[in-house]
Design a protein around this ligand. Structure first.
Ligand SMILES: *Cc1c(COP(=O)(O)O)cnc(C)c1O
Length: 343
């Protein structure tokens, strides 16, 4: 199979139209058989539920070329179950979880020429999505849904790749305490756009959101969970019911304990203790961000600098990064069931 002729080493995190996408429709109360198609356009009613009441959920995972030339993806079963949870919260039918994994495999395989070569620093981002497509004018769930998966080759999410980033504490809130912060829904992003545009204007790479109830605890950023390393070199992960349950973060938790022998604590983390210097390293984690080190946090004009600095990743983040990406790219043996071989 011949790869596409792209400048793999210089890809940004952007959308390319690739050859095949997978589509299945939910109509008359059931999912159809689904198929790969080539048309990247969607035709729908001007009154489609998604266009008015944002009935839409999505997922994100990656496919990798391994050192020995296979194509694999990472824990797609967890994306399948998280999408079912997201769908349930928005009164949408779940796409069957086994079919979800099969559809990811089928879509990546059909677009194998778009999987960036091993060692290029790029990967194939896989975007499953589902939305209400039938007309809805009173506020209620749609009757019909489209489930769709497309893929696009991507480079690093943050410019500069593994260089530490500068982020700020946001004055906007991301997710209400009993709202939808824990599901992967487009609506959680619509309201973050103003905050991220404003952050970029002011020189910050991302926003850190606090818990809206008390505005004292660290939740996460717009699109990635946050992890900390304390002075003893152990991992501390903020806990909250409105944080999106990142698969990367759950994997890092396991890797830290079982591969690196670190102590891992998931607990509430206050902004105050971050200011007091309780942590020596900080990072953002997610499929897109992988692990992006945070060098400094700005809280209303006051900089909180981590000892790991603005030049390179701290030693513990580096070990976590190397181990996690080593597992994903086949250099390090994975825990049972984490890697699904596509070809
Ligand atoms: C998708 C997402 C993450 C990262 O989750 P992964 O499963 O690791 O990709 C973190 N926070 C938010 C808000 C997200 O939408």
């Amino acid at each position: 199979m011949e790869k596409k002729n792209l400048d793999w080493g210089n890809l940004g995190f952007a959308y390319h139209v690739t050859d095949y996408r997978y589509v299945s429709m939910f109509q008359n109360g059931a999912w159809d058989d689904g198929a790969l198609i080539t048309d990247d356009k969607i035709v729908m009613s001007e009154d489609a539920g998604v266009l008015h009441y944002s009935q839409s959920v999505f997922e994100g995972l990656k496919a990798y070329e391994t050192e020995d030339g296979h194509i694999v993806c990472f824990r797609p079963d967890l994306n399948a179950s998280r999408m079912a949870d997201s769908a349930a919260r928005l009164e949408m039918p779940a796409f069957p979880e086994d079919r979800f994994v099969d559809a990811v495999v089928e879509t990546v395989r059909a677009n194998a020429a778009w999987v960036p070569p091993y060692g290029s620093g790029a990967t194939l981002y896989v975007r499953p999505m589902m939305f209400g497509i039938s007309p809805v004018i009173g506020v209620k769930p749609a009757d019909d849904y489209m489930f769709r998966i497309f893929v696009t080759p991507v480079g690093p999410y943050f410019k500069g790749g593994a260089k530490p980033i500068y982020v700020r504490v946001s004055d906007f809130d991301r997710a209400a305490p009993r709202g939808t912060g824990h599901i992967k829904a487009g609506l959680n992003y619509a309201m973050s756009l103003h905050a991220i545009v404003d952050a970029h204007k002011k020189g910050f790479a991302e926003n850190i959101y606090l818990d809206p109830g008390t505005r004292t605890r660290i939740e996460e950023t717009g699109g990635a969970n946050i992890i900390f390393v304390d002075a003893d070199g152990n991992l501390v992960i903020p806990a909250s019911t409105s944080i999106l349950p990142s698969i990367t973060r759950r994997s890092i938790h396991y890797v830290a304990e079982n591969y690196l022998g670190l102590k891992v604590t998931e607990r509430e983390v206050t902004l105050q203790e971050v200011k007091e210097g309780n942590f020596v390293e900080c990072g953002l984690c997610g499929t897109a961000a992988v692990i992006s080190p945070v060098g400094m946090i700005n809280d209303h004009g006051e900089d909180i600098a981590f000892p790991s600095g603005m030049e390179k990743m701290g030693p513990t983040m580096q070990k976590l990064y190397d181990t996690l990406t080593g597992i994903q790219m086949g250099r390090i043996e994975a825990p049972e069931g984490w890697i699904v071989r596509i070809m």
